[in-house]
Design a protein around this ligand. Sequence first.
Ligand SMILES: Cc1ncc(COP(=O)(O)O)c(C=O)c1O
Length: 279
Amino acid sequence: MKKIVFFNNKYINSKNAFISYEDRGFQFADSIYEVIAFINNNFIDLDFHLRRLRRSLKLIDIKYSFNKKNLQKIFKKLIKINKNKKGLIYLQISRGVQPRNHSYNKNLKPTIIIYTIKKNLNENLDKLSGKKAITYPDLRWKRRDIKSVSLLPNVLAAKAASKKSAYEAILIDNDFVTEGTASNIWIVKKNKLITHPANTDILKGITRQSIVKIIKKEKLVLSEKKIKKSELFIADEVFLTSSSSFVTPIVKIDNKLINKGRIGKITYNLAKIYNSKFQ
Ligand SMILES: Cc1ncc(COP(=O)(O)O)c(C=O)c1O
């Protein structure tokens, strides 16, 4: 079936959405992106995603202005013409096209692509299942808070995970957990929820932010601190969060079972509360 994408201000057949070989996104990964889950016309945490998009653009000095109303119109149109009900919106903005040079010219025209991917989301609690993860070295740069498309270390880690039939790779930097290749990582120990502080070492996930709010509302105990790799294996529960996976329990890491391979109570309850906004 024909797929329509929004490419540089036009709705076109995806087969015709070509970028120049001189696009800086292609040459240097000089580009940022956002991923937003949708169910019907409900865009999950849209305001927070747009705020992070503005921040990423600003931090890498790409001048591209947008407003929420227009973007929402584009998203709705794409969902309608592609007959999508549930899935993910990908929005990517690169600095634009320029003859190859590491340093960028001023006033380039950014390249923008927005497309939808039909996907079953993890909103159905009855289908919540515990996943396997591996640990893998974190080989990334030092500004992981910017949602840049420079994802080669994540790609290699994700491939290592899929080779072992694992759902996610948990990245380890100097013996500490940072995050997953496309998710934030949490542990539960003695009823306390622990996750990496939102600094430049990780991407501050929008789902992470929602879970922090739920934790506070439910008066659970939260500690934003670094987790040692060894703490993963003795955690009572481990789970990951992301826009595409919501709250996903991890029940096995590197062949070691977590919580005897069962979904933990706190993880399940957080998933239940988080998912309730999509019912
Ligand atoms: C490296 C990384 N960390 C965390 C996340 C989770 O962020 P969010 O909850 O905003 O999807 C993602 C999402 O793709 C990611 O790529």
